[in-house]
Design a protein around this ligand. Structure first.
Ligand code: AMP
Ligand code: TRP
Length: 342
């Protein structure tokens, strides 16, 4: 079989649960915008079907979906250049996920660490959807035959599973239909850590609000949180090697680097020998300068929810136009009769 070349296409998604935090912004949204600006075709999704794998209050879900759309746009995502939509408006995601539920193996799902983390001690009581979550994620990506997926470090295992599902489908049906998607996990901020504990990932679901910077935080809150961020008593070293075994210091340097769009090496050489008394205010100023305009634009956009819904509807139509022919081919490959006149 000659290898098929697939058209370059970028896909990624974020769950509409709680507010966007700095880790989502630096590890995901900012990278999405950079990829959009390279001119490649980009499809960005608000994964509301994934969100309901854990309980979501319906009114909160609607609000979080619009707020995430506003966050994407305020960060520079242009709904004309990228396709921006919420997952449930394109039925192919759920349809392809079912096919993949029949391709993926139970043993593969049992290895997923995110399921173990999210299900906690009482895995018997987790939703069936939470267990099948990675199969829906593979469907999101492969419904568009996406070749590249920008994500933070924590999604690596799910992307490996996506590649396994694509390969097994191609193998079982003797086709070269799905691409083996490349994860794009790059930059200084692929894993932004909690400001309170350098061994824990910054997360929207951490009970301590002081552990994260929310995109909706005002200048005061941002400055306060960086001032109180846990660090050690040493000054900054001359090179990044000196940050080994200093996870909190390393995290703040990485955040600075990603916000300033310079390397962590350049940050330490700029601040070498200075203590956190000097570095933290500089970091807070930089963060406020970069994030405050995004927060302002988000609240401006949120004042007109009908316009956000219109943008999502338009994006869903464009997404569906790519997805439907691919789904039709999948059904045909699998052996489903399609004779209904539409
Ligand atoms: P989620 O909020 O779990 O839907 O994550 C959305 C995107 O943000 C994914 O690509 C994650 O990998 C990324 N992400 C979430 N938290 C962090 C973090 N602390 N550091 C870097 N990337 C993150
Ligand atoms: N699982 C991802 C997260 O928690 C969200 C997601 C769903 C996603 N579908 C995707 C990311 C497809 C990339 C591509 O962050």
């Amino acid at each position: 079989m000659t290898a098929t070349t697939f058209k370059p296409r970028v896909f990624s998604g974020i769950q509409p649960t709680n507010h966007l935090q700095l880790g989502n912004y630096l590890g995901a949204v900012k990278r999405f915008v950079e990829m959009q600006n390279t001119g490649v075709e980009t499809v960005y999704c608000i994964v509301d079907l994934h969100a309901i794998t854990t309980w979501q209050d319906p009114a909160d879900l609607r609000h979080a979906t619009r707020e995430l759309a506003a966050g994407y746009i305020a960060s520079g995502l242009d709904p004309k250049r990228s396709i921006l939509f919420n997952q449930s408006q394109v039925p192919g995601h759920a349809q392809l996920a079912w096919i993949f539920n029949c391709v993926a193996r139970v043993g593969w799902m049992n290895r997923m660490t995110q399921f173990k983390d999210k299900a906690g001690k009482n895995a018997e009581n987790a939703s069936l959807g939470l267990y099948a979550y990675p199969s829906l994620m593979a469907a999101d990506i492969l419904l568009y035959k996406a070749t590249q997926v920008p994500v933070g470090e924590d999604q690596k295992q799910h992307l490996e599973l996506t590649r396994d599902i694509a390969a097994k489908f191609n193998h079982d049906f003797k086709v070269d239909f799905f691409p083996i998607t490349e994860p794009v996990i790059e930059g200084a901020a692929t894993r932004v850590m909690s400001l309170r504990d350098g061994s824990k990932k910054m997360s929207k679901s951490d009970p301590s609000d002081a552990s994260r910077i929310n995109l909706t935080d005002d200048a005061n809150a941002i400055a306060q949180k960086f001032r109180k961020a846990r660090t050690d008593a040493e000054p900054l070293p001359d090179t990044v090697d000196g940050l080994k075994d200093r996870p909190e210091a390393r995290n703040l340097v990485n955040i600075y680097a990603a916000l300033a769009e310079i390397s962590p090496d350049a940050v330490v050489s700029q601040f070498a020998g200075q203590g956190f008394g000097a570095f933290k205010p500089a970091l807070a100023d930089l963060a406020v300068a970069k994030l405050a305009p995004i927060a302002d634009e988000m609240s401006r956009l949120m004042a007109d929810p009908a316009e956000i819904d219109r943008i999502l509807g338009g994006g869903a139509e464009r997404a569906n136009a790519i997805a439907q022919p691919i789904l039709d081919d999948v059904y045909d490959i699998v052996g489903m009769i399609r004779s209904r006149q539409i």
